[in-house]
Design a protein around this ligand. Structure first.
Ligand SMILES: Cc1cc2nc3c(=O)[nH]c(=O)nc-3n(C[C@H](O)[C@H](O)[C@H](O)COP(=O)(O)OP(=O)(O)OC[C@H]3O[C@@H](n4cnc5c(N)ncnc54)[C@H](O)[C@@H]3O)c2cc1C
Length: 397
C-alpha cells in the first residue's frame, strides 16, 4: 500500500468496485481499490450478456475491444417444444469480453487517480469510530492495516464484508442460485440471438442458456437453478448434456461455477461509514440473473452519496440510507416486480406452464385474440407482480 490512510477503501475490482473507485477518484478522493485476485477480470464467472452500447455509454466511453456481439433477438424454448423467437431488428444488448471490460474499468479508476492493489485480500473491517474504520489487508503473505473514512464492499456474490460490519447479508437458496458455465469452442447457428431453455421438461426452477461470443468464435453455455429437485441432474451434467446435443464435437475450453444472488435486493446494506454495492448487495436482476448493469448503476449512485456525505461531514448509516433509497428507485422496485413474475411462472404446474408459454408465444407473435383461460392467467400474473403480500416472504425471509 502506498499509504496507511485513505478517504475510501473499496473491496473488489469487479464492475461495481471499479466504477465506484473511478467516480470517487475523479472527484478528488484518495481511493484504495483492493482486488484479491492476481489479475483483474480473471477468471470470468459470467455469461457476459448485458444491455446495449447506448445504455453502457451513459456510464463510460465504450471500448469496441470488449464488445463481442451485438445481439438483436432472443429465442426462448419453453416446455413441450414451444419455441418463441423474437427479432427486434435493433440492438437489444451486447456480449462482452468480461476480462477486457473489467480491466478497462479498473484502468479508468487508476487513470483518475485511484490506487489499485491486486492479490490484496481484505480480511477484516473494524467497528466505526470518529477516525473512520481500520481495514486489514493481506498481500504477498503480509498483513497491512489502513485507515479509511469510508469503506465500500463490492466483493461480489460471496461477499463477507457486510457481515464483518454486522449486516445480515447471508442468503441461502432459493434467494441465491447456483450456476455453471462452459466456454465452448463453437459457433452458434443464431449468432445474434441469446437462446434460453426453461420449463418442466428441461430445467424447472431456472434456465439453460447459449450466449454466442461472435468475435472470439465461442459460446457461453450454462445453466442455473434456484433449488434443484432431488435426484435431478446437477448443473454441470445438465450443461454438458446440452453441449453434447448442440455442439457434439466442440472442445470445452473452460468451466466455471458461481452463485447468483436472486433475492432482488437486500433489505439493508448500509452501516456507519460503510455500504455494499453490486452483487454484494444482491443488486442482481432476480428474473434473469444479470447483474453487470445494476452493479454499475449502484456504483454510480454509491459514489454520488459518498461524495455528498463527505461534503456534509456525515457518513452515518442514517445519511447513507439515501443511497439505498435511490437504488430502490433506480432498479430495486423493478427487481421486486420481476421477482414476483419469476415466482409466478416457476410456481405453475406442468399444464399451466405450457398454457403460459402458449400465451406468451401469441403475444410475441402479435396475436392478441386470447382465449378466456389466457385472460385469467394474465390477471394472475399481474396480481402476483403487484401484490406484495403474495410473495413478500420469498424476498426477505
Ligand atoms: C455463471 C454466471 C453467469 C452470469 N451471467 C451473467 C450475464 O450474462 N449477464 C450479467 O449481467 N450478469 C451475469 N452474472 C452476474 C454477474 O457476473 C455479476 O452480477 C457481476 O459480476 C457483479 O459485479 P460486481 O462488481 O458486483 O461483483 P464481481 O464482478 O463478482 O466482483 C467482485 C470482486 O471482488 C473481489 N473480492 C471478493 N472478495 C474480496 C476480498 N475479500 N478482498 C478483495 N477482493 C475481493 C472478487 O475477486 C471480484 O473480483 C452471472 C454470474 C454467474 C455466476
Amino acid at each position: 500500500m502506498k499509504s496507511n490512510k485513505y478517504d475510501v477503501v473499496i473491496i473488489g475490482a469487479g464492475p461495481s468496485g471499479s466504477m465506484c473507485a473511478r467516480n470517487l477518484a475523479r472527484n478528488g478522493y484518495n481511493v484504495l481499490l483492493c482486488e484479491k485476485r492476481p489479475v483483474v477480470g480473471v477468471p470470468v464467472r459470467c455469461g457476459e450478456a448485458t444491455g446495449p452500447v447506448k445504455r453502457l455509454s451513459d456510464f463510460m466511453t465504450v471500448n469496441e475491444n470488449y464488445i463481442e456481439t451485438r445481439f438483436t433477438g432472443v429465442i426462448l424454448n419453453g416446455p413441450s417444444g414451444i419455441s418463441i423467437r423474437y427479432d427486434a431488428n435493433k440492438e437489444l444488448g451486447v456480449m462482452l469480453d468480461r476480462t477486457i471490460f473489467d480491466q478497462d474499468l479498473a484502468n479508468q479508476a487508476v487513470r483518475e487517480g485511484a490506487e489499485l492493489q491486486v492479490d490484496a485480500r481484505v480480511m477484516a473491517i473494524s467497528t466505526s469510530s470518529m477516525a473512520g474504520r481500520r481495514v486489514t489487508i493481506e498481500q504477498a503473505g503480509k498483513s497491512f492495516e489502513v485507515e479509511a473514512a469510508m469503506v465500500v464492499g463490492s466483493d461480489g456474490a460471496e461477499s463477507l464484508s457486510g457481515r464483518w460490519v454486522g449486516l445480515k447479508t447471508r442468503q441461502l437458496p432459493p434467494l441465491t442460485c447456483s450456476a455453471i458455465e462452459l466456454r465452448v469452442k463453437a459457433e452458434d447457428p443464431n449468432p445474434n440471438h441469446l437462446t434460453f431453455w426453461q420449463g418442466h421438461d428441461t430445467i424447472n426452477k431456472g434456465y439453460i442458456w447459449v450466449f454466442p461470443k461472435v468475435k472470439s468464435k465461442v459460446v457461453n453455455l450454462g445453466s442455473g437453478e434456484l433449488v434443484p429437485k432431488m435426484g435431478a441432474k446437477n448443473m454441470y451434467d445438465l450443461s454438458m448434456e446440452y453441449k453434447n446435443k448442440l455442439y457434439p464435437d466442440a472442445e470445452v475450453e473452460e468451466v466455471h461455477g458461481g452463485c447468483v444472488p436472486v433475492s432482488g435486493n437486500l433489505e439493508d446494506y448500509t452501516a456507519d461509514r460503510f455500504l455494499l454495492s453490486g452483487d454484494a448487495a444482491h443488486h442482481t436482476n432476480p428474473l434473469t440473473g444479470g447483474g453487470i448493469m445494476a452493479s454499475i448503476v449502484a456504483a454510480e449512485t454509491a459514489a454520488k452519496w459518498i461524495d455528498k456525505g463527505f461534503k456534509a461531514g456525515d457518513l452515518s448509516k442514517n445519511f447513507l440510507m439515501q443511497y439505498q433509497e435511490e437504488c430502490w428507485n433506480r432498479f430495486g422496485k423493478n427487481h421486486r416486480k420481476e421477482a414476483r413474475i419469476r415466482d409466478f411462472v416457476l410456481g405453475l404446474g406442468n399444464r399451466d406452464q405450457e398454457t403460459f408459454y402458449r400465451i406468451f408465444k401469441n403475444m410475441v407473435g402479435g396475436n392478441f385474440s386470447l382465449p378466456s383461460r389466457t385472460i385469467g392467467f394474465t390477471k394472475l400474473g399481474l396480481l402476483a407482480a403487484m401484490n406484495p403480500k403474495l410473495t413478500k416472504k420469498s424476498f426477505f425471509s
